[in-house]
Design a protein around this ligand. Structure first.
Ligand SMILES: N[C@@H](CCC(=O)N[C@@H](CS)C(=O)NCC(=O)O)C(=O)O
Length: 204
């Protein structure tokens, strides 16, 4: 197997943290998005939509989409279960993962892509007004997350899961889009400190 990854990009980081939590080691190949390597023909043969990460299996099968890669790895290495064990846990983790992806990660990524000069090559045209509106959406979602984390230790309940990994990667990436967690959000700040204290968070 080989994992195509980009350091500092939030989606590949989700996979790398997931692997670290499970103690999985896979050879990696770095793809530079900033240098446009993901748009070159060689990488397009691996990932036709020019997105990173991608996991290439030994038989040549390629899995893209970070959550599809993580699900595949969970099937190969079921413990610790990061997509939940019981039926209800699995449903709750799926629910919260989708909410975090659509309502937090996407607005943060859009804010970055439409406001940061370094992302101009990724978004043509860059629409700053749209980016600023997405920043507001992300901040509103951080407030809601703070309320939710007043009721439970982790994003999807009592246990650490892939939903926490997605939220951490989204929030850490937010700095590039001028989205920071206000210190007044004490529940979210506590959760963030907890996440950043896990050795897996060193994966970039
Ligand atoms: N839904 C995909 C998103 C993949 C994605 O957008 N990756 C970014 C890096 S975080 C990328 O490849 N961007 C390059 C581009 O958009 O040109 C996933 O979860 O893997």
């Amino acid at each position: 197997m080989k994992l195509y990854t980009t350091t500092l990009a939030p989606n590949p980081r989700r996979v790398r943290i997931f692997m670290e939590e499970k103690g999985i080691e896979i050879p990696v190949q770095e793809i530079s998005i900033m240098e446009g390597e993901h748009k070159q023909e060689e990488y397009k043969k691996i990932s036709p939509s020019s997105k990173v990460p991608a996991l290439e299996l030994d038989d040549g099968t390629v899995i893209t989409e970070s959550m599809a890669i993580c699900r595949y790895l969970e099937l190969l290495h079921p413990e610790p279960a990061l997509f939940g064990s019981s039926k209800v846990e699995q449903a709750k983790i799926e629910m919260e993962s989708r909410r975090i992806e659509l309502e937090l990660m996407l607005p943060i990524a859009s804010a970055f892509r439409h406001t940061h000069p370094a992302a101009a090559a990724l978004e043509n045209p860059q629409i700053e007004e749209y980016g600023i509106a997405q920043r507001e959406n992300a901040i509103n979602r951080l407030n809601l997350l703070d309320e939710e984390l007043g009721e439970q230790k982790f994003i999807a309940g009592d246990d650490y899961s892939v939903a926490d990994i997605t939220a951490l990667c989204a929030i850490d990436f937010g700095g590039l889009a001028q989205i920071e967690v206000p210190s007044s959000l004490v529940n979210l700040s506590r959760w963030l400190e907890n996440m950043r204290s896990r050795p897996s968070s060193a994966q970039q």
